[in-house]
Design a protein around this ligand. Sequence first.
Ligand SMILES: *Cc1c(COP(=O)(O)O)cnc(C)c1O
Length: 358
Amino acid sequence: MKAATAYIQLENLVHNLNVVRTKAPNSRAWAAIKANGYGHGLLPVAKTLAAHADGFGVARLEEALALRANGIDTPILLLEGFYSAEDLPLLAEHQLHTAVHCIEQLDALERATLTTPLTVWLKVDSGMHRLGVRSEDVSHFIERLNACPNVAKPLHFMSHFGCADELENPVTNTQIAMFTAVTEGQGGECSLAASSGCFFWPDSHLDWVRPGISLYGVSSVSSLTGKELGLKPVMTMTSSLIAVRTAKKGEPVGYGARWVTDRDTNIGVVAIGYGDGYPRVAPDGTPVMVNGRSVPLVGRVSMDMLTIDLGPDAKDCVGDEVILWGEILPVEEIANHVGTIGYELVTNITSRVDLVYT
Ligand SMILES: *Cc1c(COP(=O)(O)O)cnc(C)c1O
């Protein structure tokens, strides 16, 4: 019997990238595979998409180096750039594109001695105010980057949306206008859209899109599921029943006696918990699939187990498979119950979970 096991349907990655491409047909695509391929496994995801994506977006230098060490020779973009000046020779050696978002990175580039110039994406703060060069400083950065022999020409430009998952929020149009204004006439390529931009903000597609979560078949907006966007979930999170127990009316179940039975029933104990990345904060009523039907999670999630109410007439047996999320139970639905986003659930699965590729 299998404890927490995530089945990863790699071919769905290709389907999902193709869906993104039909949404943004004139753009090239950086496939975002940071954070261990959003929990799906960096290398299997990269190897599946290498022949299909135009490049990969990662957050950490270590992720980029792991790709290169495993023979991935497509372009790779460090979405937040390098963190230390000492890393610059590695960027040159492995031909990594880098974002430049702050003065410290610019200074480091000017001081470095590199064997080959780096491809730089100047990250502009178009209104999210997390990373990026403020609009009034952009021309100063452009001037210095263009004068810097360690920077390949032309310079490229990127920015990121803060509210693109809010389909009525006018801030996104303000960000598009701002980014377009500061990059106008600069030459070089431009990139603005992550998944929400790909699906909902066509004016943001520009030269390169940067889809992440949608590649894994998960919607970037909480009001829609991946399926409703034509996507196929890549991950199916499963485990097994390790006990089926009777519980009498009025008995509490689990830590803190959070949940109390209101009738005689059968409680299923499932071998998955927050030690596997299933969220401890999941409330009573969060759906779980057993033998083709949806049953509610009841009681607090433990480290290694969770409990579900199978109902008074349950025929379920020890060893039966349980689905926590996947094709028939959208991770977005679980996220809505838990008060988070699908991104966090798939990314948070721990190393104890067995990833099985199909
Ligand atoms: C993670 C990331 C993306 C991908 O975002 P999704 O919402 O997962 O599509 C795109 N751009 C940047 C800068 C990122 O950090």
